[in-house]
Design a binder for this molecule. Structure first.
Ligand code: PMP
Length: 423
């Protein structure tokens, strides 16, 4: 039912995961919502933050609050050192070949737009093709639609079956020498499908296409190694992996990032500016114009170090257990239909409840909220997924390392209660 993203050790050889000890480190978990203890199952939207991340943010603002890269004074140097230490953490976390290939962006949305406006803008032309999957988040669709409109290229979407498995045969049939780029979601936020990215990358490279992976829902759920994957670009958002909002990472191969040239112009991305002409900085500065989100970057570094200390493999094994447990429990609830039952899944339990009786996901989510249970409802910024499945939306419970079976028991009780009130 569920898989580790890139297992490096079988789950049964790993020491037990102590979710209670993890919970103790997340202040926001320990509160009542609508008079009930909070059950937080909206981690696909954003994760709650560990104290270590909050401390890192406070440490920057209260301690070494200065601008980076330009100052000789001590605080500026401290802030610069912390920012660059976070880049080292990112590089190690992704096993990227070089730190300079790890570009700080606002999140997946900005990372995809950056690639669309740099490398792809220069290397995708009239008559060329871009392939995405049918289960992309809008942030990995719209930038490519905009690019295709600008340059006269065509966008194709790979279909998936009713369970949410990508149709690899259809994918292979879409690939051609005209394919310049495959942009695919590593793990679907709407369905939880873990896509067969290894096969996809091999097949794309065989026709000379580059591959960008959207790791927004992969990085929080287990180990990700860009060299092992062999992709060309990888993007993720910090806030979904226990870090601050407004910060994320684009990793790309040096040659491709350099071939894309600059995107935003401004401070930090230049070598020399004159009115006769400007020369540009080396990576990563080339793609990081202006004052960065310093606190966010430092906080992201703290989040990734915290996650590494937990052990991404152990997190994956813990969440795989939760996913299997939650799937079995929800499947037993009369009227509940699971949406997204792909063979390989991570992190997401999407469902509809009593749709034939006119019950809308919004109603379920609202009644769950009254019981202190936070879930998401709607199309999850993946409207083509809903269209494919002829749904207006789903209820989505999404997991994090601090969730427990008790959270899923509460969800099941909550859904039954909601249904008894609605149906
Ligand atoms: N891709 C996926 C799969 C996502 O789940 C999300 C966030 N829901 C995004 C992209 C966009 O991330 P952000 O809003 O942080 O840029």
């Amino acid at each position: 039912m569920s898989v580790q993203l890139q297992p490096s050790a079988p789950a049964h050889t790993l020491p037990a995961f102590d979710a209670e000890a993890v919970r103790a480190q997340i202040p926001a978990l320990h509160q009542s919502v609508n008079g009930k203890p909070l059950v937080y199952l909206d981690n696909g939207a954003t994760t709650l933050k560990p104290q270590a991340v909050i401390d890192a943010l406070l440490g920057y603002y209260a301690g070494c609050c200065a601008n980076v890269h330009r100052g000789v004074h001590t605080l500026s140097q401290r802030a610069t050192n912390e920012l660059e230490a976070a880049r080292t953490t990112v590089q190690r976390h992704l096993n990227a070949p070089e730190e300079a290939e790890c570009i700080f962006v606002r999140g997946v949305t900005e990372g995809v737009n950056l690639v669309a406006n740099t490398w792809a803008q220069r290397h995708v032309g009239a008559g060329d093709e871009i392939i995405v999957t049918g289960m992309e988040h809008h942030s990995n669709i719209v930038p490519w639609q905009l690019l295709c409109e600008r340059v006269g290229a065509t966008l194709h979407a790979v279909p998936f079956d009713d369970a949410g498995n990508l149709d690899l045969a259809a994918y292979r049939a879409l690939l051609s020498p005209r394919t310049r780029l495959v942009a695919a979601v590593h793990v679907s936020n709407a369905l939880g499908t873990v896509n067969p990215v290894a096969e996809m990358i091999t097949a794309a490279h065989a026709v000379g296409a580059k591959v960008l992976l959207d790791g927004a829902q992969a990085v929080p759920h287990g180990p990700v190694d860009v060299q092992q994957l062999g992709c060309d670009f990888y993007v993720f958002s910090g806030h979904k992996v226990y870090g601050p909002t407004g910060i994320g990472v684009l990793w790309g191969r040096r040659a491709l990032l350099e071939a894309g040239g600059p995107w935003h112009g401004g401070g930090d991305m230049i070598k020399r500016v004159t009115f006769e002409g400007t020369t540009y900085a080396e990576l990563p500065g080339l793609l990081e114009a202006g004052t960065p989100h310093i606190a966010g970057i430092i906080g992201l570094g703290a989040a990734l170090r915290w996650f590494q200390a937990l052990g991404p493999e152990r997190v994956a094994a813990h969440e795989a257990d939760l996913l299997a447990y939650g799937t079995a429990q929800l499947a037993q609830v009369d009227g509940v239909e699971l949406v997204g039952t792909a063979t390989e899944k991570a992190g997401v339990l999407s469902f509809v409840a009593a749709p034939a009786l006119g019950v809308h996901p919004y109603d379920i989510a609202e009644l769950l909220d009254q019981q202190g249970i936070a879930v998401r409802n709607g199309h999850h910024c993946a409207e083509p997924v809903m269209d494919r499945l002829s749904l207006s939306g789903t209820v989505r419970a999404s997991l994090a390392c601090y969730n427990t079976r008790a959270d899923l028991d509460a969800l099941v009780v909550g859904v039954k209660r909601a249904l008894s009130m609605l149906a």
